[in-house]
Design a protein around this ligand. Structure first.
Ligand code: FEO
Length: 388
């Protein structure tokens, strides 16, 4: 597909993979986007997942026929975009690889490639004839070697994973060709919160560095090309990387015998009756991916966990560890849970989250063995949340 007169889409859609990075469910598949910039010289921007070698090559041949590719620009060395570099070199033996200096040892480490590499610094340019590619390092969005390639004449940023989304782009590669923003919004947030969410400050640095560029479109490595909704997507990234949320509660819980679950459902009912937005996730059965998404939407985390082996019930501990490791800021926290036979999980959760900068909304509520409302009054907690 032609994105413009000079830019062709040669990416692929993966509808088979169940877990991205062997962790994150793909409800609507995922795309691995790759682009050709065609002028007197031709540049290929990134490759695709190893499973799509044949389809990728057919897309390239369909776009440029017998012409050769002069440059392969590698914006990111993670294998979902770099795995076919060796294959592309075998088909186009004179191709020059263009990458950030930090990617040079990685391409050797992943694929043993050490020659025909040009390392580019911030602001370096590559001339394709009448088209100029300019390179900007955006370290830690979300690997150290990540960079953006800016096509000056097309006012187009090839952004790597930044501004990417889960979800395939079958028949809908640009948001101009079909109105995709609403459809993809949740999956942009889930992609960000799962993959990039730890790196809020590097994203802020990247947004600042790129803010002076005139942009007509953003071409990420996953999800739609943003043209019509470009400003909304940039604003959403700015908001998420500042950990700015709307008032609401992400309730997460685990429950062995249903007592902590009763408390979680009671909190949900009390919030609902007060008109407070919330989402609820049973982490014993749900992939935490969706709860991380809601952490980046809502300002409060309420976590319910029974005490298990004198510790926090493991699925909830795992999730809270993931929240802390994402350096989530500007959030409040509330804990609750069944005492089980020894107690302790509520205190441990409060200590863990306080140590990571969370504002503890109120002391956690533990109930001995079975759930009893008088020991764990979620109405009072919902009042507190409503007023906060
Ligand atoms: Fe889509 Fe960080 O790779």
């Amino acid at each position: 597909m032609d994105i413009s007169e000079r830019i062709r889409y040669v990416g692929v859609n993966d509808l088979d993979k169940v877990l991205f990075e062997s962790q994150w469910p793909l409800k609507y598949g995922i795309s691995y986007n790759s682009y050709l910039v065609v002028d007197e010289k031709i540049a290929l921007i990134d490759t695709v997942d190893i499973a799509f070698k044949k389809e990728f090559y057919e897309n390239i041949r369909s776009a440029i026929g017998e012409r050769t590719i002069d440059y392969l620009v590698v914006n990111h060395m993670e294998p979902d975009h770099s795995a076919l570099i060796s294959f592309i070199r075998s088909e186009y033996p004179n191709i020059e690889i263009v990458m950030n200096p930090k990617a040079v040892p990685m391409i050797n480490g992943f694929q043993g490639i050490t020659d025909n590499i040009t390392a580019v610094k911030d602001g370096d340019e590559l001339n394709l004839g009448h088209t100029t590619l300019r390179f900007y390092a955006i370290p830690m969005v979300h690997w150290p070697e990540t960079m953006v390639t800016y096509c000056v004449e097309e006012k187009t940023a090839f952004s790597g994973d930044a501004f990417g989304s889960f979800g395939s782009v079958m028949n809908c590669i640009t948001d101009t060709s079909c109105d995709t923003y609403e459809k993809y919004q949740d999956e942009i947030i889930r992609y960000y919160s799962n993959i990039v969410g730890k790196f809020g400050q590097p994203v802020q640095n990247a947004l600042k560095k790129l803010s002076s560029l005139e942009l007509k479109r953003i071409c990420p490595t996953h999800g739609p090309v943003w043209e019509t909704h470009l400003k909304e997507v940039v604003a959403l990234y700015d908001k998420m990387s500042r950990y700015e949320t709307e008032k609401g509660v992400c309730i997460v819980y685990g429950s062995m015998y249903g007592n902590t679950e009763k408390a979680a459902l009671s909190l949900a009912d009390e919030l609902k009756s007060r008109g407070v937005k919330y989402a609820i996730h049973n982490l014993s059965f749900e992939n935490p991916s969706y709860a991380y998404e809601d952490v980046f939407k809502y300002s409060i985390i309420a976590a319910g966990a029974p005490t298990y082996n004198n510790d926090i019930f493991p699925p909830v501990r795992h999730f809270l560890y993931g929240v802390c490791s994402r350096f989530v800021r500007n959030h409040s926290f509330f804990s609750f849970g069944s005492y089980s036979w020894a107690g302790g999980s509520v205190k441990l959760m409060d200590e863990m989250m306080a140590a990571h900068g969370f504002c503890i909304l109120t002391e956690g509520l533990a109930f001995k063995q079975g759930y009893r409302k008088e020991e764990c009054d979620m109405g009072a907690v919902a009042d507190l949340i409503k007023q906060s």
